[in-house]
Design a protein. Structure first.
Length: 352
């Protein structure tokens, strides 16, 4: 599971200035990957509506950039934008990425990335080949699209490749799998910067799932199950569990809600979510605890009870294991940056 608040001090955005996100595009860029960065970071705002990010599209040579579609895009900014960026995002291009070797970046691209040495750097899909070729992933864990993971591992033996996850957060450097996983990665960075309520508000505006853990499988065998074909799904028990996170929940209880044996239910649940039932419940309980820490003045013990952890000690243990920080540190960092949804308690009903 990704350490979502690793290096928390680095990820916290300055109070009165917007965080500058530079998206570095190259010929053959996938328009969706460029668009999702603008859409997600561009929708992150304070309570008063002030944008939290400034997004800049840049290239080694500013101007028209070829895409993998039948239209080009225009990059108005050059590599100087990377030098002043707080975050640099490198989308993929199927024209170039898989041909890259260690130290094999052209001089202009290498210099551009070197100028961003103080920035957080993230890749989408095979953009990880660029970060690896620049040496930014040496000695670290990383992921890329599962179809390219074997080649990535062969080409960059200094990188520990995890082909089965949506994204990997190594603090300053982050990598994600395919295009859709880029959405998860961007929301993860927004959540790391401003807390779960801001990220949930962005997800709600763009109508995407608010939170998929980085450790979730890239490829899920039955991502959109059809009850008429499969006989049943686990969605009813997940909805039931979300409304009862504060109660004791057992695997037998969940299986009974969907009229399955425990064995069948466990297998079906993993096929549909990429997680075991108990892993999924723990993640949702951490989500709930984060929301309560951001949006209420409840004590840690009360939050632990409402989220289903039972005791403050248990909550602290799960927070440390999942996020790398204590509940108190998380609250001190993210209180005041939330954008609570009107008339709701935080989007739990969509996390099914």
């Amino acid at each position: 599971m990704a350490m979502m608040c690793k290096n928390l001090a680095m990820s916290r955005v300055r109070d009165q200035t917007t965080h500058r996100v530079a998206v570095l595009v190259r010929n053959g860029v996938l328009p969706m990957e460029l668009g999702l960065a603008h859409q997600l970071f561009g929708n992150a705002t304070t309570r008063s509506g002030r944008p939290l990010y400034t997004i800049l599209t840049c290239a080694v040579t500013p101007g028209m950039i070829r895409t993998d579609a039948d239209f080009p895009i225009y990059a108005p900014h050059g590599p100087e934008a990377l030098a002043s960026a707080d975050t640099v995002i490198v989308p993929s291009t199927h024209e170039q990425d898989e041909d890259l070797k260690p130290g094999g970046l052209d001089e202009g691209l290498a210099a551009a990335l070197d100028s961003a040495r103080d920035a957080r750097v993230a890749s989408i899909c095979t953009g990880a080949f660029v970060l690896a070729a620049a040496g930014l992933l040496d000695g670290l864990r990383a992921t890329t699209h599962w179809l390219s993971s074997d080649q990535f591992a062969r080409t960059f033996p200094a990188v520990t490749v995890d082909p089965d996850v949506l994204y990997v957060d190594e603090g300053r450097v982050l990598t994600s799998a395919g295009e859709a996983a880029g959405i998860d990665l961007c929301l993860h960075m927004i959540r790391r910067d401003h807390g779960s309520a801001v990220a949930a508000a962005v997800a709600r505006r763009t109508v995407v799932p608010p939170h998929r853990e980085g450790g979730q499988a890239q490829y899920i065998q039955r991502p959109v199950p059809d009850a008429q074909l499969t006989g049943s799904t686990t969605s009813a028990s997940r909805a039931w569990a979300l409304a009862r996170l504060g109660d004791p929940l057992t695997l037998r209880d969940l299986a009974a809600r969907d009229s399955m044996s425990v064995r069948t239910y466990s297998r079906r649940f993993r096929e549909e979510t990429g997680l075991t039932p108990m892993q999924w419940i723990t993640q949702r309980r951490v989500d709930r605890a984060r929301e309560l820490l951001e949006q209420t003045d409840h004590t840690v013990d009360r939050i632990a009870a409402e989220a289903g952890f039972g005791t403050g000690a248990s909550l602290r243990q799960h927070f440390q294991a999942t996020l790398g920080v204590s509940p108190g540190t998380y609250r001190a960092t993210f209180r005041g940056s939330v954008v609570p949804p009107r008339g709701t308690r935080g989007d739990l009903s969509t996390r099914i």
